[in-house]
Design a protein around this ligand. Structure first.
Ligand SMILES: Cc1cc2nc3c(=O)[nH]c(=O)nc-3n(C[C@H](O)[C@H](O)[C@H](O)COP(=O)(O)OP(=O)(O)OC[C@H]3O[C@@H](n4cnc5c(N)ncnc54)[C@H](O)[C@@H]3O)c2cc1C
Length: 473
């Protein structure tokens, strides 16, 4: 019997555990233990139900085009629970000089693909519109090295595009800023498009004409009753003694070709270890074993975020603008980064007579928000909602969630760092890494990273389909 420890019971660690559980049920001789510091498993996937509303504390959905999370849901019997975002009402606003300006039709991420709506939009100055026209003739350019998203976007469309779109969009997804994130790690398709077509506009149009042949799918997918359904369905599959909540791993040790996992509950011996924590937490565990690997892991920075969900009555719902919500560029001088009108994005998450607004704060430039009390955060958000959309009604309820150092920031050179991490890790037999620090921060990427880590340790242990004798697989 081979034993595997999984450190961290977020979606990355649980996905690794489920991949192992399937093998165990198929008769492969393994046994695994998931260590989680918190009482609850699932990491940032937490859903609350308040007054008939589904309130997400962390992620509210995942990108449909990345299949791994939805596939996992189907495998767990949650296929009928999968829902798509209400894209018929997909309209997003950007706050410009304190007012909402709708994002023009035809913008794909931040790339304009339709001339008229872009030309008529008050979102961009004449100067930026001229840059957009010139971008059409941008020559193909093979990337010589990495650069920031801000530098890349500025080369194509100028600084206003960075301020009004790139930065707010990235702070929504990564809690980071365009001037700190790597184009090759965060938007690899943009680098490829530039190399092949030069112009991002022309590249997007080419991609769209291919996509037009496929049936349209909603941009985001989620679960009817909230993202925690995924965690609950996973937990229902594991033998009880495989899960150790409230058990923080204090240190790791390599001894005679085995791994010793030390926690306050005692020490246990394993053949393999999957570390599914944040990179700094992984660095702390690995430092006594390999300082160089720990240095690389510790070099991946994280930002923190705060979400605040407000529930209102029907009168507020009727008064809000249509659409999914708005993004706030930094230059507007607000603490809020974005707000989602949840009742429009996922209508079944709020009864017809309720409005549900989810606001985001924090990110790379505002770690200080974590030091504010829930009441202070509520006051900040209510003041800014009053200023931006004229909303002064008293909410029926408010829920604040603080996530310290939860969002990995892929800085310039991230892919090279990953190559160094892979090389250093492969010198530590039986160790695998999973989590949002490496090859994607979204829930589907984390699911895949857990599955890949599980496949890696099975191969190392000689237990994968490829390495097992036919009689055992
Ligand atoms: C507010 C917010 C909104 C988001 N929105 C979206 C979204 O809409 N769509 C999307 O796709 N993604 C979204 N994301 C990103 C995505 O949710 C995360 O990247 C992903 O869930 C991270 O999962 P994980 O398992 O890698 O890490 P985590 O969820 O952070 O789990 C790691 C776990 O390891 C545990 N741990 C750490 N150290 C130890 C130790 N020494 N011993 C034992 N346990 C330990 C921690 O307690 C934690 O539970 C969002 C993230 C946040 C914070």
């Amino acid at each position: 019997m081979k034993r595997i420890a999984i450190i961290g019971g977020g979606i990355s660690g649980l996905s690794a555990a489920f991949a192992l559980e399937k093998q165990r049920r198929a008769g492969i001789p393994i046994d695994y233990v998931v260590y989680e510091s918190n009482r609850d498993l699932g990491g940032v996937l937490v859903t609350e139900h308040v007054e008939g509303c589904v309130v997400e504390a962390g992620p509210d959905s995942f990108l449909t085009e990345k299949p791994w999370a939805a596939d996992l849901c189907r495998e767990l019997g949650l296929g009928a629970q999968l829902i798509g975002s209400n894209d018929a009402h997909r309209k997003t606003y950007i706050v410009v000089n304190g007012r909402l300006v709708v994002m023009p039709d035809g913008l794909m991420f931040m790339v304009p693909t339709q001339i008229l709506p872009t030309v008529l939009s008050p979102l961009f100055s004449i100067g930026t519109k001229l840059r957009m026209a010139r971008e059409w003739f941008h020559p193909p350019r093979k990337a010589e090295g990495d650069e920031t998203v801000a530098a890349f976007v500025e080369r194509h469309y100028g600084p206003e595009m960075v301020d009004r779109l790139a930065d707010p969009l990235l702070s929504g997804v990564y809690g980071g800023e365009a001037a700190g994130l790597s184009i090759r790690a965060v938007l690899p398709r943009f680098s490829e498009m530039e190399a092949k077509y030069g112009s991002l506009g022309r590249a997007m149009l080419a991609a769209r004409s291919k996509m037009a042949k496929a049936p349209a799918r909603p941009l985001f997918t989620s679960l009817k009753d909230g993202m925690q359904q995924l965690v609950d369905a996973l937990l229902a599959r594991f033998p009880e003694d495989s899960i150790r909540p409230d058990t923080r791993v204090e240190s790791l040790e390599q001894k005679d070709g085995n791994w010793l996992v030390h926690s306050l509950a005692g020490s246990d011996q394993f053949d393999s270890v999957i570390v599914g924590t944040s990179a700094p937490a992984a660095a702390a565990l690995i430092r006594p074993i390999n300082n160089e690997l720990a240095q690389e892991l510790g070099g991946i920075s994280y930002s923190s975020s705060v979400t605040l969900t407000l529930g209102y009555d029907q009168s507020v719902r009727a008064s809000l603008p249509p659409g999914f919500g708005f993004l706030v560029p930094r230059t507007e001088g607000k603490r809020m980064l974005a707000a989602t009108f949840v009742h429009n994005k996922f209508p079944h998450r709020a009864p017809d007579d309720r409005a549900l607004i989810r606001c985001f704060l924090g990110g790379a430039r505002d770690e200080a928000i974590l030091d504010s009390s829930d009441d202070q955060i509520l006051r900040i958000v209510r003041k800014e909602l009053r200023e931006i959309i004229g909303l002064s009604a008293e909410p029926r309820f408010a829920r604040v969630y603080k996530w310290k150092s939860a969002m990995a920031q892929y800085g310039v050179g991230h892919l090279e760092r990953l190559a160094r991490i892979d090389r250093l890790r492969s010198a530590l037999p039986g160790l695998a890494l999973a989590g949002n620090a490496y090859r994607g921060i979204g829930v589907p990427d984390c699911v895949r990273s857990g599955q890949d880590a599980a496949a890696g340790v099975l191969t190392f242990l000689g237990l994968s389909k490829e390495t097992l004798p036919a009689s055992a697989s």
